[in-house]
Structures are given as structure tokens and as C-alpha cells.
Design a protein around this ligand. Structure first.
Ligand code: TYD
Length: 354
């Protein structure tokens, strides 16, 4: 196997490489990453010298560079993580999402097709996607693989578009594709613009915890290590042309997540839970905020015998501890760009966002 990973310096890609590069010594890995704001080579420090690992800085929006590097590496498997993923950023900068998620995926599909020619024996193009392509749910119901697409944000619309292209490249050109649509991930190395790392760092630093609206929105939380194992399983054992939903079986309201996180922070820092909870502030809601996402993961469980192994409260506690202990990594991502986003989205320090 020769596995080409895109977006390996991002959150899920880095967790995937950190897990499988040391585990599969006879497999060669190539990581292509544009190193935009959310990509951090420090996330891969433990494998950067491994003999079965190489890194190339490539932006998939550059079709020539993408085609060249794919052809040089001659992958048997492509795992496509690279994407812009933050809904709030997509509302402010939608064009970045179209370029990265739609044009980037198109260029990668074309590069795979050119490199593989018609010889698809033993090849897999695995596209990593999200449950947000299905839109939002009310109080009840679950997303299944056959739920019609109804994306609501520029982010989810761009991911839905990429899913459609991946599917069409199989239907039209016979490219051996597989797609996974997963629920909200959390764990080490997630950029602190997303709910759990942002709240963890703010709670640890004694800063406000900005809950959108009333905190009643619901997400299904999946530990990133479980997600990586699901991807590997689908890539190696799943059926070509199929889509698999991957979920954590852990639906929580945002306020429940923040309360659980406050308990972990209190435990780690020897404060009272009430003291940490007093940092919670309710801020104006996100425009078009999807109410609820929830996954029916029975297909992957039945067909491939996969289910999440981590419980939410344990995984969350481990994650908060990780952000508490990995201060070098945390400092490295708090670049000027991070601060600019935080100031523009939540207001300048000392200025109320209510
Ligand atoms: P997020 O981590 O951005 O993931 P997504 O929007 O893709 O689900 O947000 C998760 C939930 O947390 C979502 O309902 C929005 C909410 N949220 C807050 O309440 N406050 C915040 O500061 C952030 C970033 C998110």
C-alpha cells in the first residue's frame, strides 16, 4: 500500500497519520498539505522522521502541482481530508471554502484519474466528509446514508458539492471511490476555533465561554481516534462506490458539552465547578445555525463491525487534559491569524459581544 493523505497537518489528518504511520511500517505515506492557518506541522512531530513518511507542501487548488505530486508518488490509496471546515469562517469568507473544498477536490479527482489511468485494480479514493451535508434535524430522527442532501451553510454546501463530484467520478469514469460522512469530532490537535478546543482553552485560561444562543443546539460527538479507525476500516474493507455514516452515539446539547467540560477543567485545575461555570456567557446566535445533527451508524456497524470505543465524558476529559498539558502546541497555533479571528468574531478583549 502507498497511502497519499491530503490535509495531514489538520486535525483529523494528523490524528490519522500519528496512528497509522508507526503502526504500518511497511506502508509508505505521503502527506500533502497547503499549511494554511489550521495546518500545523508540530502536530506530526512524533512521526516527522519516520522512514515511511514524507511531507510535501501542496495546495490542491493548484491543479498542476497536484497532478505532478500524485503522479510522482503513485499512490494505491488516497485519503482526502484537506478542507476548510469551520462554519463561522465560511459565513465570513465563503470563497475560501469553494476554492479549497470544491476546486481542491476536483483537482485531486482529476490527478487520481490521470495517474491511475484505467487501472483501478487495488486502488481507493476515500473522501472524508461530514453529516452537515444532510442539513439539520428537529428533535427526532437520524441521518442515514440515503437521507437527501440539504446543506445549509457555505461550508456544508461546499462539502456537499465535493461529495457529489466524488460520486459522479465513480459513475462516469469508474474511479474506485468510498465516502464517509461523520458527526462532530473532538480530540487532540483540533484548531481552537471549534467548540471543544476553544472552550477548553478559554476555561483553562479563566476567559469567557461564549455559548451561541441558548446552548440548546445538539451535536453528536465522535472521538477523533474512533473516526480514524472507521476511515481505515472503510478504506480497506468497505465496498467501492459506497457511502458510510460514522457517528459517536453521543448526542449532547452545547450547554451539556460546556457543563461537562467545566467539570473536567475544575477537576484538573482544583477549582470549584461553579467557579468555572461562572465563565459561561451567552452570545448572539450563529446565522442559520443548524439545530441538531445525529447519525444512524448502523450500516458501518453491521457491514464492517465498527462502533465507537470511547465514551463522551471520558474522551472529553482526556481531551481537556491534553489541551492543558500540551502548551507548546497550544502556543504555536495562537498565531496572529488566530488572534485576528477571535477578535473579529467574538469582539475585542473587554468589549461585550452581547
Ligand atoms: P463547531 O465546533 O463550530 O462545529 P459545527 O458548527 O460544525 O457543528 O460548533 C459546534 C456547536 O457549538 C455549534 O452548535 C455551534 C456551537 N458554538 C458555540 O456555541 N460557541 C462557539 O464559540 C463555537 C465555536 C461554537
Amino acid at each position: 500500500m502507498r497511502i497519499l493523505v491530503t490535509g495531514g497537518c489538520g486535525f483529523i489528518g494528523a490524528n490519522f497519520l500519528n496512528l497509522y504511520v508507526p503502526k504500518l511500517r511497511d506502508v509508505q505515506f505521503l502527506n500533502l498539505d497547503a499549511l494554511t492557518y489550521a495546518g500545523n506541522p508540530l502536530s506530526l512531530q512524533s512521526i516527522s522522521d519516520a522512514e515511511n513518511y514524507e511531507f510535501r507542501r501542496v495546495n490542491l487548488a493548484d491543479s498542476d502541482a497536484t497532478a505532478q505530486v500524485v503522479s510522482e508518488f503513485q499512490p494505491t490509496h488516497i485519503v482526502h481530508f484537506a478542507a476548510e471546515t469551520h462554519v463561522d469562517r465560511s459565513i465570513k469568507y465563503p470563497r475560501d471554502f469553494l476554492n479549497a473544498n470544491i476546486i481542491g477536490t476536483f483537482n485531486l479527482l482529476e490527478a487520481a484519474r490521470q495517474t491511475w489511468g484505467e487501472n483501478y485494480e487495488g486502488k481507493v479514493f476515500h473522501h472524508v466528509s461530514t453529516d452537515e451535508v444532510f442539513g439539520e434535524l428537529g428533535e427526532t430522527g437520524l441521518f442515514s446514508e440515503t437521507t437527501p442532501y440539504a446543506p445549509n451553510s457555505p461550508y456544508s454546501a461546499s462539502k456537499a458539492s465535493s461529495d457529489h463530484m466524488v460520486r459522479a467520478w465513480q459513475h462516469t469514469y469508474g474511479l474506485p471511490i468510498k465516502i464517509t460522512n461523520c458527526s462532530n469530532n473532538y480530540g487532540p490537535y483540533q484548531f481552537p476555533e471549534k467548540l471543544i478546543p476553544l472552550m477548553s482553552l478559554n476555561a483553562l485560561a479563566g476567559k469567557p465561554l461564549p455559548v451561541y444562543g441558548t446552548g440548546a443546539n445538539i451535536r453528536d460527538w465522535l472521538f477523533v481516534g474512533d473516526h480514524c479507525e472507521a476511515i481505515f476500516k472503510v478504506m480497506t474493507e468497505g465496498k467501492v462506490g459506497e457511502t458510510y455514516n460514522v457517528g459517536g452515539n453521543s448526542e449532547r446539547t452545547n450547554l451539556q458539552v460546556v457543563h461537562a467540560l467545566c467539570e473536567s477543567v475544575a477537576d484538573i485545575t482544583n477549582q470549584s465547578v461553579d467557579q468555572v461555570k461562572s465563565q459561561i456567557t451567552f452570545v448572539p446566535d450563529r446565522p442559520g445555525h443548524d439545530f441538531r445533527y445525529a447519525i444512524d451508524a448502523s450500516k458501518i456497524q453491521k457491514d464492517l463491525d465498527w462502533k465507537p470505543s470511547q465514551t463522551f465524558e471520558k474522551g472529553l476529559h482526556q481531551t481537556v487534559k491534553w489541551y492543558h498539558e500540551n502548551t507548546d502546541w497550544v502556543e504555536s497555533v495562537k498565531s496572529g491569524d488566530y488572534q485576528t479571528w477571535i477578535d473579529s468574531h467574538y469582539g475585542q478583549p473587554g468589549v461585550s459581544t452581547k
